[in-house]
Ligand binder design. Structure first.
Ligand code: IMJ
Length: 256
C-alpha cells in the first residue's frame, strides 16, 4: 500500500523526549513517508532533538520559542529556504507555572494566566501565521488538547482555560485559512505518561481510571494519537477542519 504522507513536508513542534506525543507523531509521519522539520526550545533541547532526529529523514532542526516574534519570523525564513512547499504542521506544546497546576484555580495570578495563554494558545495563532504562507498547495495544522478545556479536571486549572482558548482558536483559524485549503484541527488525547504529565500530582491514579471507566477499558496509547495525526495531515482528512477529535479510548463520553 502506498504511504499516506509520501512526498509531504511536515513541521513538528514540541518534541522534548521519546515520551512526547510529538515524538510518536514524528515516528508515524516518517513511517508514512513524510520528510520532517523539527523545532526545539532553547539550547538545552537543541542537543536532544538533534540526537533524536538522527534516526529520521529530517530536512532541518530549527529553533522556535513561540513567545518570540523574531524566532517565528526566522522559522518562516528557514522553511522558505528549503525551497519546497510545507504540507503539515503539528503543534504539540503547552506551558503553565507548576504552582498554577497545584494551587486552587481561584488563586491564579494575572501573570500565570497570561503565560499559559501565551505559550499554550496564542502560539497556535503565531505558528499558523508563520506556516500559512509556505502552504502554497494547501495543508493541515494539528494541535493537541485535553478534556480539561470543557470539563473541570482536578489541578488542570489554568491549562484548562488555555485549552478552551486553543480550541476556539482552532475554529477561528479554520475559518480564516479554509479559503487557502489549510485545515486546522485539534486532537484531544486521553492521559498519557509524558514529561508534561509526570509532573502532575497523583497521575498514577488518573491512569488507573482508564481501564475501569473508558469504553475501550484501557488507557490511550501515543501511537494511536499519532495515527490520528497522520490521518488529519493526509489526504484522507481533506474534509475535516475546525474539529476536536477525541483519541481517548472513549473516556470523554462517560458521565460517571
Ligand atoms: C496536567 C495538570 C493537571 C492534570 C493533568 C495534566 N492531567 C493531564 C495533564 C489529568 C492528562 C497533562 N496535560 C494534558 C497537559 O496539558 C499538561 C500541561 C503542562 C504540564 C506542566 C508540568 C510542568 C510545568 N508546567 C506544565 N505546564 C503545562 O512546570
Amino acid at each position: 500500500m502506498s504511504k499516506l504522507l509520501q512526498g509531504k513536508l511536515a513541521l513538528v513542534l514540541g518534541i522534548a523526549n521519546k515520551w512526547s506525543l510529538a515524538y510518536a507523531i514524528a515516528e508515524a509521519f516518517i513511517r508514512e513517508g513524510a520528510t520532517l522539520t523539527l523545532s526545539y526550545l532553547g539550547e538545552r533541547q537543541k542537543e536532544s532533538v538533534e540526537e533524536l532526529s538522527r534516526q529520521w529523514d529530517v530536512a532541518a532542526v530549527l529553533p522556535c520559542d513561540v513567545t518570540k516574534d523574531e524566532e517565528m519570523a526566522a522559522l518562516t525564513a528557514s522553511l522558505r529556504g528549503l525551497g519546497r512547499p510545507l504540507d503539515a504542521v503539528v503543534h504539540s506544546l503547552a506551558f503553565a507555572n507548576r504552582d498554577d497546576l497545584t494551587r486552587p484555580f481561584v488563586e491564579t495570578s494575572r501573570e500565570g494566566f497570561l503565560l499559559a495563554q501565551n505559550v499554550s494558545a496564542y502560539s497556535l495563532v503565531a505558528v499558523a501565521r508563520a506556516a500559512a504562507p509556505l502552504m502554497s498547495q494547501g495543508g493541515s495544522l494539528t494541535t493537541l488538547t485535553y478534556l480539561g478545556s470543557t470539563r473541570v479536571v482536578p489541578n488542570y486549572n489554568v491549562m484548562g482555560v488555555a485549552k478552551a482558548s486553543l480550541e476556539a482558536a482552532v475554529r477561528y483559524l479554520a475559518s480564516d485559512l479554509g479559503e487557502k485549503n489549510i485545515r486546522v484541527n485539534a486532537i484531544s488525547a486521553g492521559p498519557v505518561k509524558t514529561a508534561s504529565a509526570r509532573a502532575v500530582k497523583d497521575f498514577s491514579s488518573i491512569l488507573e481510571s482508564g481501564p475501569k471507566r473508558a469504553p475501550l477499558r484501557r488507557n490511550t496509547d501515543p501511537a494511536e494519537v499519532a495515527d490520528t495525526a497522520v490521518f488529519l495531515a493526509s489526504d484522507l482528512g481533506r474534509g475535516v477542519t475546525g474539529n476536536v477529535l477525541f483519541v481517548d479510548a472513549g473516556a470523554h463520553v462517560m458521565g460517571l
